[in-house]
Structures are given as structure tokens and as C-alpha cells.
Design a protein around this ligand. Structure first.
Ligand code: AMP
Length: 622
């Protein structure tokens, strides 16, 4: 019997071009999805591929997390930090080779070859294994979609041979390289700095083992590297070593020094130090604890952030020294730097951020994850090179404020511009007139003070408010933006619990250029807007005063003399006229005169109220 072939319907599409940060310590893949770059990771995994390859006695090489763990017990057969050796000859990296436990020698054309269990492997081959692992992780995260095309990042100082070696590694891994992009450029792209016409960017990258600072010039959205500086042997590991050193000094007083040399103990100590360092970025104090070898005793020591900062001050100083040299090479002063971008996990340290901010005299960009920002930027570049556009915004922050229109046409801002998402905020609102049973909400986006000058994202109505005097209803309006940028506005009347809500995507249809235009408008009109807002508030206030006065006059007119009544009526007329004119100064004058004219009426009303309150009460109760 023959079989008919059916059309294949479930063939899996390859992944769209991705960005790969092929790092010294970790590598990472990011894709473009729903208008923004995103690191790909399978569920329950952060997607980071440690750049380490372990060669077991038999079987295929093991790459990534498992390889890093094996490195502790079998360092000789685990190759790490291969990026340091890409496209270099043995003589170039003699110092680096001294510090690693695996063997390497000079192969053909003076190129490095690693010797592992009798196999000879080039850095390109090792990197290819890491890239293949990246592809595997991406496939696991995306239901089996294959990684075919990529933008790969390299340090700005990589020379042609190092860049070519990176291309070769990708080719060996079956990946088509769309472009090799400099890491600082990628980080700047992730923050959308290419949207600027011109300017200077400093990218400060303090990773696990290396420090780089790059000064870039933006010219019509294109980045040019003006200078680079750094230290290929300065990074988070050195910060860990400061804590390890402090711990060893204290331990040596009570523990046999030979025990402290045990490699497994040293590795555990290093991990404990790193954990403590990371905690100190969040908390003012953290504890380092470790099991003393051959004993059941735990050594514990609390470090304060201050203490850690003192221990590591010299390391931070060294990075600033490199910044100084990079600026000098670029022939720029710190004040000529327009944007500062932070890359690398160590830049989460508050002391590092503060030092960088002080050095460049401006607040650095920190909204994106500093470990992911390079991969994210590479994904932006991959998207653009594959013909995609980037009209939509990238940043994990609200580019414009969000709020509600108030009575009178002003804007009550609820979430301010540049708030990191996800975020939420709640504001209280009330009714404007007596027995008002519904409120109409107009959700607005923008920096201007009047609703008419902002962008309306949508309207909704909260009905079912029980009738009560104006100003008594309590309506809580909650703005919530989830991680995908979806805004949900929920209004709830507190006494009855009646609720209404609306969902909108504030970013839809909004390009970077739109945002810039809206911001520029806000700056330009700041003074006029302020006056217009004040006018809107005064119109609302006068409206409330007019209604209250009409009510008061209906009750107390017979108790007032003719002159007072004429004064009040005059003031009311003027106030109404001022509301038509909407001139803030005129409104303020009319409001103040109105208030003054109604003082005798207020006194009579207070008196009547007091008398009513006393009615029926015996004197003794008063
Ligand atoms: P990277 O190579 O960019 O992934 O940087 C990794 C380095 O950043 C390692 O030394 C980490 O210990 C360090 N690191 C990660 N998170 C933090 C943190 N919250 N505070 C200080 N250092 C950190």
C-alpha cells in the first residue's frame, strides 16, 4: 500500500533575527517581540548561558550552567573566559593564559589552541559551542524555533582579527551574522539614544571580570566610537575578592591556615562573598556565612554597606581613572557628555552609580537591566536590519504622564512621566454637584496642564453613585500599568463599591517623535499652561461658590440689607463674566472680590446654622 504525502502544516518557523551578547562570563539572546526587545528564556530559567564549556572523559561537551558547576571540581577540563582569547596569538595573551587552569599552546599561524583531553580546539570552536547553546535555549523558550540570523556584539576595542574570529564562531554554529555591533553602541540603542540627532554618550560597563568605558558620538542617529578605555582585569570578581580577603584575615586567627587553602572551601567562600556583595546593593547590611572545613562550625560575619564601600573604594577609583583617560582621548570634558549608560551587574552597586553620576555630572540611564541591556540593543539592531521599524517605544518607563480630566478642563496627573513599569497609583475624586449619580472620566496622556492639549486615551463612566451633597462621594481611581505597558484605570465608589474600568495601550500609535514633540510643546508652553491651569481651577472654584451663594441667598435674603444683596449680585455677575474670559488674573480678582462680598451672607448662614443646632436643646447641654 502506498502512502500519500500531505502538506506539512506544523513546520516551525525559524526565529526572526535575534541579538546575541556573546559575553566573557555569560551570553544572552534577545528577540524583538510586540514592539520591543526582550531576552528569551525558557520558563523558570533566566536564559543566561554561562560562557563555559566542560569536556567530560567521554561524551559530548557540556556548555553553560552545568559546565560552570563542573569547573569547580574539574577546572582543567573546563574552558571559560574564551572571549579573552578570540583572534589573539599566544604571545598577546600570555598573562591571561598564566591565570587559567586549562592548557593552551600556539597552533597554526600563531593562533591559540586549547588542549583538552587530547583534543585541540580553537577559541572560535569553543565560542561556536556557546552560540549553539544559546540557540538551544532560544529554541526551548520558543517552542522549538531555530536561531538562524543574528546580530552579535563585541567590545568596542576588538580589532579586525577579533571581530573576524567572532564571525567564524557564528558560522561554525550555523548562524548567519547580520552585523557585528559594538557593545556600547548596542547599550545606547537599547535606550533609544539613536533617536537623538547629535550628542556624546559615555557607556560605563563594569561586568564580572572586565571594565570598559566608551565615549561615543551620535551623528544623525549613527554612533561613532571616539575613544575606549578600561581594564581587562577589573570587575565584580575583584569586589568579591575584597570580601574574601577580609574573611580570610579574620578566619586565619581561629582556623588552621592549611584548611583555608582547600579549593572547594575557597570556591564556597567566593560564592558567599558574591552573595553578600549583591545583597549589599539592596540592603544596608548583609551577612556572609560559610562552613569551616572539617567541622560543623559556621563562620558568620555581618558587613555593612559602608564597610564594603571602604574596602572597594580603590576599585571604583580605578574605573574613574579610566573614564578620565577616555575623555582625554576623546578631547572632551565631563560636561560635554549628554548621556551616560550603565552596563554590567556591578553597576547596581549604589556606590558605583553615585561615583559615575558625580564624575559625569549627570544621572545615568539605569532603567533597563544592566546585564541585559547589550543583548536588548543587539535585538533592536537585528530588528531594524531585518527591515523592521522602531516607531514604538522601547523603554520600560512611561514616556508621558497619565491622568484624568478634572471639572474645568485641567489635568490631574496620576502616573508621572518616566515612572518605571509595572506601576500603579491611586487618586481620590468626588462629585461636583449635589445628587450627582455618575462621573465621566477622560483618561489623558501628556505633559500639558489642560485636557484639551493632551492626548485622550479613552473615556468611561462610573454610574450608580448614591445621591448625596456635592463633594461627599469618595471615588478611588486606580491607574495600573502592567509589564506589557497595558493601562487599566478602575474607578470605585467607596460606600457602594460600584466600579467601572477601562483598558488602554498608551503606547499604541505613539512614536518616539510624537513623544519628543509633546515634551517640547510642554516646555514651550509651560508658563501659559500654568496660567491656564490656574484659570481652569478658578472657574471650577467659582462655579462651586456661585451654586452655594444662590442656595444661601434663597434662604437668607430677607435677613440681609439691600446694599449687601446688591454687592453680592454684582460680585456674582463679575465672577460669571471672568469665567467667560478665562484670564487667570481677572478670575483671581473676581473670586477674591466675590468671597469678600459674600462674607455677610456667610455670617448670617453660620448664625442660622448655630441657632438650628441649638433648637430643642436645654441650656445646660450647650
Ligand atoms: P555581568 O558580567 O555584566 O553579568 O556582571 C556580573 C557581575 O555583576 C558579577 O560580578 C556579579 O556578582 C555582579 N552583580 C550582579 N548583580 C549585582 C548587584 N546587585 N550588586 C553588585 N554586583 C552585582
Amino acid at each position: 500500500m502506498g502512502f500519500l504525502q500531505l502538506n506539512v502544516l506544523n513546520q516551525i518557523e525559524p526565529l526572526a533575527a535575534v541579538g546575541i551578547d556573546l559575553g566573557t562570563t555569560n551570553s544572552l539572546v534577545a528577540v524583538w517581540e510586540n514592539g520591543r526587545p526582550k531576552v528569551v528564556h525558557p520558563e523558570g530559567d533566566n536564559g543566561y548561558v554561562p560562557s563555559a564549556v566542560y569536556f567530560p572523559a567521554d561524551g559530548a561537551p557540556i556548555v553553560g550552567k552545568e559546565a560552570r558547576e563542573r569547573a569547580v571540581f574539574d577546572p582543567e577540563h573546563t574552558i571559560f573566559s574564551v572571549k579573552r582569547f578570540m583572534g589573539r596569538g599566544v604571545t598577546d595573551v600570555a598573562e591571561d593564559l598564566k591565570g587559567v587552569p586549562f592548557k593552551a599552546h600556539s597552533g597554526k599561524n600563531g593562533v591559540i589552541e586549547f588542549d583538552v583531553r587530547g583534543r585541540k580546539l580553537t577559541p572560535q570552536e569553543i565560542s561556536a559551542l556557546i552560540l549553539e547553546k544559546c540557540g538551544e535555549v532560544a529554541a526551548r523558550a520558543t517552542g522549538g524555533r531555530a536561531l538562524q540570523k543574528a546580530v552579535i556584539t563585541v567590545p568596542a576595542y576588538f580589532d579586525d582579527a577579533q571581530r573576524q574570529a567572532t564571525r567564524d564562531a557564528a558560522r561554525l554554529a550555523g548562524i548567519e551574522v547580520l552585523r557585528i555591533v559594538n557593545e556600547p553602541t548596542a547599550a545606547s540603542l537599547a535606550y533609544g539614544l539613536d533617536q537623538k540627532k547629535q550628542g556624546h554618550v559615555a557607556v560605563y560597563d563594569l561586568g564580572g571580570g572586565t571594565f570598559d568605558v566608551s565615549i561615543l558620538a551620535i551623528e544623525d542617529g549613527v554612533f561613532r566610537v571616539l575613544s575606549t578605555n578600561g581594564d581587562t582585569h577589573l570587575g565584580g570578581d575583584d569586589f568579591d575578592r575584597c570580601l574574601v580577603g577580609a574573611a580570610l584575615t579574620e578566619l586565619s586567627h581561629s582556623v588552621d591556615p592549611r584548611k583555608l587553602d582547600d579549593p572547594a572551601f575557597r570556591q564556597a567562600l567566593r560564592l558567599a562573598a558574591e552573595k553578600c556583595k549583591i545583597e549589599l546593593s539592596t540592603y544596608p547590611e548583609a551577612e556572609m556565612h560559610i562552613q569551616i572545613p572539617d567541622s560543623n562550625v559556621q563562620w558568620r560575619r555581618r558587613f555593612t554597606r559602608r564597610e564594603f564601600e571602604v574596602l572597594t573604594k580603590v576599585l571604583v577609583e580605578r574605573t574613574l581613572h579610566s573614564c578620565r583617560r577616555a575623555l582625554a582621548d576623546a578631547k572632551l570634558e565631563p560636561s560635554q557628555i549628554d548621556e551616560v549608560v550603565l552596563v554590567g551587574g556591578v553597576t547596581r552597586m549604589p556606590a558605583v552609580r553615585a561615583a559615575v553620576q558625580q564624575f559625569f555630572g549627570r544621572e545615568p540611564h539605569t532603567k533597563l537591566n544592566p546585564d541585559e541591556v547589550v543583548a536588548l540593543g543587539a535585538a533592536v539592531q537585528a530588528h531594524v536590519l531585518s527591515g523592521g521599524t522602531r516607531d514604538v517605544l522601547l523603554m520600560d518607563v512611561t514616556p508621558l504622564s497619565l491622568g484624568l480630566e478634572t471639572v474645568g478642563g485641567a489635568v490631574a496627573k496620576v502616573i508621572l512621566r518616566n515612572s518605571t513599569i509595572p506601576c500603579q497609583a491611586t487618586e481620590g475624586f468626588t462629585t461636583y454637584v449635589d445628587n450627582q449619580t455618575a462621573i465621566d472620566f477622560n483618561v489623558l496622556q501628556g505633559e500639558r496642564e489642560l485636557a484639551a492639549d493632551c492626548r485622550s486615551l479613552g473615556r468611561f463612566r462610573l454610574s450608580g453613585i448614591p445621591p448625596m451633597p456635592a463633594g461627599l462621594a469618595r471615588v478611588a481611581v486606580r491607574f495600573h500599568i502592567d509589564a506589557n505597558g497595558l493601562l487599566t484605570v478602575t474607578a470605585k465608589e467607596q460606600s457602594t463599591g460600584v466600579t467601572a474600568r477601562i483598558e488602554v495601550q498608551p503606547q499604541n500609535g505613539l512614536s518616539d517623535a510624537d513623544v519628543q514633540r509633546m515634551l517640547a510643546n510642554a516646555y514651550e508652553h509651560a508658563k501659559d499652561d500654568f496660567a491656564a491651569r490656574r484659570a481652569a481651577e478658578l472657574v471650577t472654584e467659582i462655579g462651586t461658590m456661585l451654586r452655594a451663594t444662590e442656595k444661601g441667598l434663597a434662604e437668607a435674603k430677607p435677613q440681609l440689607d439691600r446694599e449687601t444683596i446688591l454687592d453680592i449680585e454684582d460680585a456674582m455677575k463679575n465672577a460669571r463674566n471672568a469665567c467667560e474670559g478665562r484670564d487667570a488674573r481677572e478670575l483671581q480678582r473676581a473670586r477674591d472680590a466675590f468671597e469678600k462680598a459674600t462674607l455677610p451672607l456667610a455670617a448670617v448662614l453660620m448664625d442660622n446654622f448655630a441657632k438650628k443646632a441649638l433648637t430643642g436643646k436645654v441650656i445646660g447641654e450647650v
